[in-house]
Ligand binder design. Structure first.
Ligand code: 173
Length: 493
């Protein structure tokens, strides 16, 4: 790309008939790509003839445009001195956000994951909060994920030393949890998922890389240090060649587990996210109005059209044939499917409702865990060191993790809590979150009478309330102060 173009040259191509955009200092002709763009053409047309980097950056891995657009559409580099510098007016929202950033408490005052959530909400753009915090439909499952299992602690067991380290899929882990995949990290922090990579490396915690991370897969792996372990989450593409390449590349780069997401053949309707998109559209430029039908679906749905809804049990042998990584099905919600997964020969399952973001009124992972362990046991499939059971959803405390392990999980996935930690404080937030979990593990294991992870057993918990669904919790529960009620549509009066 030696061709040098000027701002005025690019700005002539500002319509559906000829649409050029600048991304990261390079000029691309995206005219023919407009209708293929998973997020719709309208959003690109908003930047037709101009620099789209700022909008592109949080939503796409850096190489998305170069891999999707034929080379002949890569027109050249932009001569920056010829581009009119747009002095952007600082919006009221941005001013408030910056005040909130300056007003963040010192990190040592952050005592739990709920604190991160409150701070993240204040310091990230509204659109990011809407996307991250949203859950599907009536948001019943996301609340159900926080319902209580109760402890049955044992005493007088000499808990002077307690050890909460474990192995996950044969990999050492300093905590009995892994940082689960969440998408679009740069919406909330300019360094995105790399904050997790760097923070986790310092503490022996495993990171699961999201298919739709804002940072590129290779940038994340390149930031590896201390021989840290990665898992990868997979959304299966309609084009299996793309999936095969992605999986084999991950394996070649040393990833130690393939978590195939199986609960999202279509993305849930997340109304907070959808409403935010509407607000944004009506405020945006009115280029080519009416051309795009996808405008009200929210950020996630807009970029998820590549996911293959035809994925089925028949595909599992194919995955086995393309990789030697352990295969884990992420998003199992019944004993029936847990049995099918075991019989399909995969190495593990994640009992998950996708953080309440998919099928609303699906049960919590913990509730499913009780049913799954009983069913697998009855068939002689549990315990089996070659088949690990994980749980995720709503984990904010070490106590949540210990309950899952007591009930038979090998480890637990934590997504949003780490997402909010890095949104609020970057890498330092991630490290603080790990430290808080560590402190909580120490205290809770002592109080529970468990010296090691192996001491945790079903008798240490009372899961009897799980089947009752939406057990009432005290009204001053911390969750109630971070939970944002759904909004009802507004009339344009
Ligand atoms: O939960 C999600 O938002 C999610 O999994 C997703 C899926 C596709 C695109 C972006 C995010």
């Amino acid at each position: 790309m030696s061709n040098v173009l000027t701002g005025p040259q690019v700005s002539e191509h500002n319509s559906r008939d000829s649409c050029w955009i600048i991304v990261h200092g390079k000029v691309y002709d995206v005219t023919e790509f407009l209708d293929e763009h998973p997020g719709g053409s309208r959003i690109i047309l908003k930047y037709a003839g101009a620099d789209a980097t700022e909008a592109y950056e949080p939503i796409h891995p850096p190489d998305a445009i170069t891999t999707n657009l034929p080379v002949e559409k890569h027109l050249g580099v932009i001569d920056a001195s010829t581009v009119a510098q747009v002095v952007k007016e600082v919006t009221e929202e941005e001013k408030q956000r910056q005040l909130a950033v300056a007003a963040r408490p010192p990190l040592e005052n952050v005592l739990n994951m709920h604190d991160f959530e409150v701070i993240a909400k204040a310091v990230i753009p509204e659109k990011a909060w809407a996307y991250y915090s949203s859950a599907s439909d009536d948001e019943i499952t996301i609340r159900e994920n926080r319902t209580a299992v109760w402890f049955r602690p044992r005493i007088l067991r000499d808990v002077s030393t307690v050890d909460w380290s474990t192995t996950i899929l044969g990999q050492k882990s300093s905590l009995p949890l892994y940082i689960s995949a969440t998408a679009l990290g740069k919406l909330g922090h300019p360094e995105g998922e790399l904050t997790i990579t760097r923070g986790a490396a310092n503490h022996g915690v495993i990171q699961m890389i999201a298919t739709l991370a804002s940072c590129s897969f290779d940038d994340i792996i390149d930031a590896q240090s201390n021989n840290q372990t990665f898992f990868v989450q997979l959304y299966v593409n309609r084009d299996r060649e793309i999936t095969k390449r992605y999986v084999q590349h991950a394996e070649a780069r040393g990833v130690k587990g393939l978590f195939i997401t199986v609960d999202a053949p279509q993305l849930g309707r997340r109304e907070k996210d959808m409403r935010m998109k509407q607000v944004d559209d009506s405020a945006g430029a009115e280029v080519q109005k009416g051309q795009d039908v996808k405008k009200d679906q929210g950020v996630a749905r807009a970029i998820s059209s590549f996911i293959d809804p035809s994925l089925s049990w028949k595909d599992i042998p194919w995955f086995r044939s393309i990789t030697k990584m352990p295969i884990i099905l992420k998003g199992i919600a019944t004993a029936e499917d847990a049995i099918l997964a075991y019989e399909a020969g995969v190495q593990g399952i994640v009992l998950s409702n996708h953080g309440g973001r998919q099928l609303d009124t699906a049960r919590s992972g913990l509730e499913v865990l009780v049913e799954v362990v009983a069913a697998l046991k009855a068939r002689g499939y549990y315990p089996d060191p070659k088949f690990e059971i994980f749980v995720d959803g709503g984990v904010r405390r070490a106590s949540d993790v210990l309950k899952a392990i007591a009930l038979g999980a090998k480890a637990v996935g934590v997504g949003r809590a780490f997402l909010y930690a890095f949104c609020a404080y970057g890498q330092e937030g991630v490290e603080r979150a790990i430290q808080i979990f560590r402190d909580e593990f120490e205290m809770n294991m002592r109080l529970l009478g468990a010296r090691t992870i192996d001491d945790l057993c079903p008798e240490m918990v009372d899961a009897g309330a799980l089947g009752q669904h939406i057990v009432t919790v005290p009204q001053d529960n911390l969750f109630n102060s971070t939970y944002q009620p759904l909004q009802i549509t507004k009339l344009k009066l």
